[in-house]
Design a protein. Structure first.
Length: 517
């Protein structure tokens, strides 16, 4: 009788896997999908069930464990869709290990009830393994058990092979692909698409990747720099964490919060709204577009996570372009450089140095992360001691959520908000606290950079809007654009400031135009 549990658990689990899939947002079609999607779904379920069964020899355990993993991915995907307005894609599996390494960045967004549900699932699986079942091998010879296991794996491989051969190419619109293909098949198709031979985009906004062996190395014993206006200037580009003009979302903000930004509009060569690839997170999509000048569409399947495969080779970038002009290139990001493998990626993008959180102290924090003031201090210290033109790309961390893990007093809220929104008032006030510091950073650069021996160009922009989904929903807000400023110490602001809307891929090109190189 125990032997009959194997096919019964396999069949029941298969049916329940479709039930779990129906919980996904957006909800996939069940009838009306192509045959190959059912083959992939069935092959994946059979593979997961069989692997667990071969390990533990308990069919109920294998079924619950397989469904537990299936449901966990569904719950995490729904949490992502709620916060980031984008469903779970294959590349997001990497975030499971990132959540273990950096739990504060991820786990709070999962939510209490989802965490409880996952805990109940884990307890149920462990209970089934330790109490409710005896292993099949107690009633079945090992060779017979292994024979049936091998046949099951072979059947799974056949289903996956046929389904994959008949499959369609993904549209790279995750919402559409999940609805049309189903959740599990879409993960499979995206995973294999990412592993196809990498096609580097043909466009070269910054020219070919060039190293500057022909550029003489400056003598470090001669700190004096030429000050005439024909010399190349320093370039500082600040990617400000989660920054956008939140007054578009909630207009009742104390004027003092955006005072520095409003002043910058009058001093800059141009400023305005900027289109960025992500909503709420996935900073690397924005920074990669800025550094390479490539739009997300140019990256194909790699638009979702360009650092996994595409960026694992030297690529033309603004950093390589400036190195070819004799620049020193530095990235400052006050977080571990191993996050997103930036310690591997950034040398390939043309950066000489990467200064991460190890360069800062706990006293430099503003909230849980290194503050913008400390990052500005470090940047100006480098530029004041520079013996050659220098490009510094800054990725700030101060305003990184989760915002609800910080606290704010009623008195402070009154200094930041003229009127509180009906939801997320604390989150908004905490966000504004850090926005004010970002504005101080912008103004400090604009006041200190003109004092350097070389002229300077400054770019400043937000990587994405912050995660405040309840307030967005209450305000029916769906505008993912952020804001940018371009300033030059040798180009006075025009009498009529320009405010064109641009894509982030254009910002680096416009900054080089201001450098005149």
């Amino acid at each position: 009788m125990t032997e009959l549990l194997w096919p019964w658990c396999l069949a029941i689990g298969w049916l329940l896997s479709f039930a779990a899939e129906s919980l996904v947002h957006p909800r996939p079609k069940l009838p009306g999908r192509p045959l190959w999607t059912y083959l992939l779904h069935s092959g994946l379920w059979l593979l997961i069930f069989t692997v667990f069964l071969l390990i533990v020899q308990r069919p109920i355990f294998a079924m619950l464990a397989g469904l537990g993993i299936w449901l966990a991915v569904v719950l995490v995907g729904n949490a992502k869709e709620a916060s980031l307005r984008e469903p779970f894609v294959f590349m997001d599996f990497e975030y499971f290990t990132d959540a273990i390494k950096h739990p504060r960045l991820y786990l709070p967004f999962l939510g209490l009830w989802r965490a409880i549900a996952l805990g109940i699932i884990a307890v149920a699986v462990i209970g089934a393994a330790l109490w409710a079942e005896t292993p099949l091998t107690a009633h079945m010879p090992w060779l017979v058990f292994l024979k049936y296991g091998a046949l099951s794996l072979f059947a799974a491989a056949c289903l996956l092979w046929v389904g994959d051969r008949w499959s369609d190419a993904p549209s790279l619109q995750p919402d559409k692909d999940i609805r049309d293909m189903g959740f599990a098949p879409s993960l499979w198709i995206y995973g294999w698409a990412e592993r196809a031979p990498v096609q580097v985009p043909a466009a070269r906004p910054f020219g070919p990747r060039l190293e500057p062996p022909h550029i003489p190395v400056p003598n470090p014993n001669i700190p004096e720099l030429p000050s005439h206006t024909e010399s190349p200037g320093h370039l500082v580009i600040v990617q400000s964490e989660s920054f956008f003009d939140v007054r578009r979302l909630w207009p009742h903000i104390a004027p003092e919060v955006f005072r520095d930004f409003d002043a910058a509009h009058r001093q800059c060569v141009q400023s305005g709204q900027i289109r960025v690839p992500p909503w709420g997170a996935n900073t690397i999509r924005t920074e990669f577009s800025l550094l390479t000048g490539w739009s997300p569409a140019a990256l194909g399947i790699h638009q979702f996570q360009p650092y996994r495969f595409l960026a694992r080779r030297p690529l033309p970038s603004i950093a390589w372009r400036l190195k070819a002009q004799g620049y020193r290139t530095i990235c400052i990001h006050p977080y571990p450089s191993s996050f997103y493998a930036r310690n591997t990626i950034y040398p390939l993008l043309g950066f000489d140095d990467f200064l991460d959180v190890a360069e800062f102290t706990p006293e430099d924090r503003s909230g849980p992360y290194t503050g913008d003031r400390a990052v500005a201090d470090k940047t100006l210290q480098i530029l004041q001691g520079a013996t050659q033109p220098t490009f510094i790309f800054i990725i700030t961390m101060e305003n990184h959520g989760p915002l609800h893990l910080e606290s704010v007093s009623a008195a402070e809220k009154k200094t930041l908000l003229l009127q509180e929104p009906p939801v997320s008032a604390d989150d908004l006030a905490i966000y504004l606290r850090h926005v004010r510091n970002a504005g101080a950073m912008l103004q400090r650069f604009m006041s200190e950079l003109p004092r350097l021996p070389l002229p300077s160009v400054l770019g400043f922009y937000g990587d994405h809007v912050p995660i405040m989904e309840k307030l967005y929903e209450a305000r029916h807000f769906a505008d993912g654009r952020t804001d940018y400023w371009l300033w030059s110490s040798r180009h006075p602001a025009p009498g009529s400031p320009q405010h064109p809307e641009i894509a982030v891929a254009e910002l680096g090109v416009r900054a080089l135009d201001l450098l005149e190189i």
